[in-house]
Design a protein around this ligand. Structure first.
Ligand SMILES: Cc1cc2nc3c(=O)[nH]c(=O)nc-3n(C[C@H](O)[C@H](O)[C@H](O)COP(=O)(O)OP(=O)(O)OC[C@H]3O[C@@H](n4cnc5c(N)ncnc54)[C@H](O)[C@@H]3O)c2cc1C
Length: 373
């Protein structure tokens, strides 16, 4: 169920981006009594984890030997429930302005692409990869098949069970998805322009084993055309107009692959999955007037504050020496950011460092332990 719309226009903190790092920021800020509104362009929470690899296993989240992108998102949503964050999804923050309230305290105002205006005492930019879009299959007629028979991400792997699949690409995503899907598929063929794969060595080894065993097919070449077989088909991809309309039925999907300059091999399948990487653009945050480095927001490593006081940047969108674009790095950054945010939101209060295991005050906020009684 989509979350209800924001209940007010002013918050302690506005978090731009509800990816894993933005979500965990709610927890750290909540422990410090800072209430949040999260705004995200996507119509769901979870950022890259939910949009790009919901069913892919992640192995480097502390204390979870394995967890999928969606499971991590769901667990974060459960963890932040006690703090009642509010969400505005399907909405992009396009600009912000800085002003002061009647008492002279800093106030940030954000404007959204839908004309909404929200204010907060601090801004937390957690916009990660920004507006990330998959690189499209370089075939003129491919767009008409997107979301029906041509896929750039796997949202529900069960839709591909017992289906004839073609996976295009040679990087981590292509190799990982080929390995993840082939056992349940009716057949799976990988199309890559050269025999070498640019993926984790162990995954490449497993892929080669599956190819040698005949469990996965391999065609070396570049996708050239795509179409659906019709009654007059000569066996090559039908690129005729109206292909999108004809795709309602179960007509086989044909993918022409150029295996050398003069040879075309036609693959027949139900679905094509193309993994050519992502184009990540910072989007409107690049124009926020914050100090930037190669399209990323420069922060200090003590408070993760940007060049503008009261505006913070955490997760994949920020830059500092030694930065690793890992979820766990973003979680660490959120914890330190929340310390400084407290000082802005409660200038008259002293922040006491406490553990959730032993602080009844924190446990009361979380609604757990003896403190609940
Ligand atoms: C295939 C793949 C596998 C990965 N595997 C791992 C792994 O094993 N371990 C690991 O640690 N990391 C992994 N990562 C990286 C990890 O997903 C990122 O580090 C993480 O998602 C960053 O989180 P984030 O919250 O900073 O940003 P994101 O997840 O990118 O979320 C940012 C959100 O901000 C929103 N947004 C952007 N601009 C605006 C705007 N102007 N207004 C409103 N909303 C906006 C976006 O829509 C997005 O939802 C992987 C990434 C990919 C693509």
């Amino acid at each position: 169920m989509p979350p209800p719309p924001p209940s007010k226009s002013h918050y302690d903190a506005i978090i731009i981006g509800a990816g894993p790092v933005g979500l965990f920021a709610v927890f750290e800020l909540g422990l410090n009594d800072v209430g949040c509104l999260l705004i995200d362009t996507l119509d769901k929470v979870g950022g890259q984890c939910a949009e790009l690899y919901p069913e892919k296993p992640i192995y480097d989240i502390p204390a979870f030997p394995v967890i999928t992108g969606q499971e991590l998102t769901d667990a974060l949503m459960e963890q932040i429930k006690p703090f009642n964050p509010e969400f505005l999804l399907g909405t992009t923050v396009i600009e912000y302005t800085k002003s002061t309230d009647e008492e002279g305290a800093l106030l940030y105002q954000v404007r959204t692409d839908e004309g909404g205006v929200y204010t907060a005492k601090v801004l937390v930019v957690a916009s990660g990869g920004g507006n990330f879009t998959p690189k499209r299959l370089p075939i003129a007629d491919a767009a008409g098949y997107e979301g029906r028979r041509l896929w750039y991400a796997v949202r529900q792997r069960k839709q591909f069970a017992k289906q004839h699949l073609v996976v295009c690409g040679g990087g981590d995503s292509a190799v990982d998805w080929a390995l993840a899907l082939y056992e349940d598929a009716a057949s799976l063929t990988v199309v890559h322009r050269r025999p070498e794969f640019r993926a984790a060595p162990d995954s490449v080894r497993k892929l080669h084993l599956a190819i040698e065993a005949g469990s996965i097919g391999l065609v070396i070449g570049a996708p050239h055309a795509m179409g659906e077989r019709d009654s007059q088909s000569d066996g090559t991809a039908n690129k005729a107009e109206g292909a999108a309309n004809k795709a309602e039925g179960p007509a086989p999907l044909l993918l022409d692959v150029k295996t050398d300059p003069t040879t075309i091999e036609t693959l027949t399948c139900d679905h094509v999955l193309a993994f050519y990487g992502l184009t990540m653009k910072p989007g409107p945050v690049a124009d926020f007037g914050l100090a930037m480095h190669d399209g990323l927001i420069v922060v200090d490593t003590e408070k993760f504050e940007t060049s503008v006081p009261g505006v913070f940047a955490i997760g994949d969108i920020n830059h500092y020496p030694g930065k690793l674009k890992l979820i766990l790095s973003g979680f660490h950054e959120a914890a330190l950011m929340a310390q400084q945010v407290f000082r802005y939101v409660y200038p008259d209060r002293r922040l006491r460092f406490q553990y959730t295991t032993s602080s009844s005050q924190l446990q009361r906020k979380l609604g757990v332990g003896k403190a609940t009684g």
